[in-house]
Write a protein that binds this ligand. Structure first.
Ligand code: DGP
Length: 110
């Protein structure tokens, strides 16, 4: 999608250091970190949210990529979150998986 910020990041149009990348996903630091470690894993292909992503292998691969990014950053304890829809806090409508770590976290989330 031409006006999607995450498509531009995945496509290299907006330069970004990738902590992990392959032919299907890229992982990079969140612009507004909510924890000492806050990484986003996104598919290169555009999906509005998890609801539109029918490719189960791709969704699983996003989680594997997050694990690899955590290993690379030596983060052992972390939370993986996919905000879906505005009420759940989704603000960028290109599917993304948050990896948050480096501090204690409350449950349930606010
Ligand atoms: P969500 O609220 O779940 O849709 O999360 C979107 C996240 O994306 C939010 O934590 C901030 C982050 N973000 C938005 N624009 C950019 C950007 O241009 N670069 C990076 N690295 N992160 C961004």
């Amino acid at each position: 999608m031409s006006n999607c910020i995450f498509c531009k990041i995945a496509g290299g149009e907006i330069p970004k250091e990738f902590l992990f990348e392959d032919d299907r996903v890229v992982a990079f630091k969140d612009l507004h970190p909510q924890a000492p470690v806050h990484i986003l894993v996104i598919p290169r292909e555009h999906y509005h949210s998890i609801k539109e992503a029918q490719d189960e292998a791709l969704v699983g691969h996003m989680f594997t990529a997050a694990k690899k990014a955590a290993e690379k950053l030596a983060v052992t304890d972390y939370r993986l979150v996919i905000n879906t829809g505005p009420q759940a806090g989704q603000s960028v409508f290109h599917l993304h998986l948050h990896l948050l770590g480096g501090r204690f976290m409350a449950w349930p989330p606010g």
